[in-house]
Ligand binder design. Structure first.
Ligand SMILES: [Zn+2]
Length: 82
């Protein structure tokens, strides 16, 4: 296990204090998010005209500011493609 310090507001601190094992709860919530994303059908895309290479991801922000891995130019964001 590794540690990561997080900051909580008064409200979220109160909620966190009610969890019997806050660390286990955070680990479970993080993995739930991964499962939700993996279950998604939709796919977002970006395209580099110069290299004719497409980049896709299930998370829009991962390709919205995609730079081409071959020429390092900013790709055109294609939005939802599937
Ligand atoms: Zn390129």
């Amino acid at each position: 296990m590794r540690q990561k310090i997080i900051s909580l507001s008064l409200d979220t601190y109160e909620l966190a204090s009610k969890k019997a094992n806050f660390s286990a709860w955070v680990r479970r919530k993080l993995m739930e998010e991964v499962e939700i994303i993996n279950d998604r059908k939709e796919m977002y895309g970006a395209y580099c005209k110069s290299c004719d290479i497409s980049y896709t991801n299930k998370l829009s922000f991962m390709v919205e500011y995609q730079y081409c891995k071959k020429c390092n130019q900013k790709c055109d964001y294609m939005g939802l493609i599937e």
